[in-house]
Design a protein around this ligand. Structure first.
Ligand code: SF4
Length: 289
């Protein structure tokens, strides 16, 4: 068994600020490579133009240290915390929240969170109806004394096109795949395609949605996937792209860049399927603290 490791609050705080500093102005290296691949096979002039514009935007945002998109997103953190890991001074949530809020100030990012989700109930007397970024934090236990943080700045446009359906366990593979494909294709240009598609299969209602988001941010390596799921991902990706919605919904060969599935056991009476979409400004990073 690994020895207990105590991580100072400052170390986590600093690591998060640096991580956000890396991703607000650029998507993942894989995203850039997939956008380049999409450009290389594209024949439609409008789609080509837009892919070139996306790549130029990537380049300029990174160079000028400006947000890659005006929607700087809601902050999602998956924290995998070791059984032998101790955190000094405060809860992980309080440290992550403080770091995220300070990062927002440091990098001049847009406050994108409505304090009151039903805007009709907002207090008009309050100076600001919006406040800096509360964080969505998902905690998982891992063996050992590590702390791994997977951070995403998730835009609202893509999140809005995500969905979950409780299928009957007798549903066919075709019915399930059609639901996923239809979710992505019917979204048109709203999630700013080309998109990433995270799919959760199994668990229960809320766990399935979390699986779909984790599939977007922390996909399993292909070598660890069941061949059946690997084939399903490829089939869904091809079918989505064959529908021709294309870049920003204006047509072309690439609507989705990647499809990732995560699955979990579920109740014999249930078959939850969740689809979580992320846009081409796919801002994710994984760090070990
Ligand atoms: S969906 Fe993505 S690219 Fe589109 S506005 Fe939102 S964050 Fe920006």
């Amino acid at each position: 068994m690994e020895s207990v490791r105590t991580i100072p609050q400052k170390q986590i705080y600093k690591a998060i600020i640096e991580a956000i500093g890396q991703i607000y102005c650029q998507s993942t290296p894989e995203t850039k490579s997939l956008l380049n691949q999409a450009l290389a096979i594209e024949e439609d002039d409008v789609a080509k133009d837009m892919l070139q514009a996306m790549l130029l935007n990537e380049e300029l945002a990174a160079k000028e240290q400006l947000p890659i998109c005006q929607d700087t997103g809601i902050v999602i953190v998956f924290a995998d915390i070791g059984t032998e890991t101790k955190i000094e001074n405060g809860t992980l949530y309080s440290i992550v929240s403080e770091a995220v809020n300070d990062a927002w100030g440091k990098y001049y990012l847009r406050d994108s969170i409505a304090e009151e989700p039903l805007r009709y109930f907002s207090n008009p007397q309050k100076k600001s109806k919006y406040y800096s970024q509360p964080v969505i934090l998902h905690l998982s236990e891992i063996l050992g004394n590590k702390l791994e943080l997977h951070i995403s700045l998730k835009g609202g446009g893509a999140e809005n096109c995500s969905t979950l359906k409780m299928f009957n366990p007798t549903a066919t593979l075709t019915e399930i795949e059609d639901f996923i494909i239809d979710t992505v294709v019917s979204a048109g240009g709203k999630p700013c395609p080309p998109v990433f598609v995270g799919i959760g299969i199994g668990g229960d209602f809320e766990q399935c949605a979390i699986l779909a988001k984790r599939a977007l941010m922390i996909p399993l390596p292909d070598s660890e996937k069941k061949p059946e799921y690997l084939q399903m991902e490829k089939r869904i990706l091809n079918k989505i792209n064959q529908k021709g919605k294309g870049v920003q919904g204006f047509g072309g060969k690439t609507t989705a860049l990647k499809v990732n599935i995560l699955s979990q056991p579920c109740h014999i009476a249930s078959l939850p399927i969740a689809v979580n979409i992320d846009c081409h400004a796919h801002r994710c990073i994984s760090i070990s603290v």
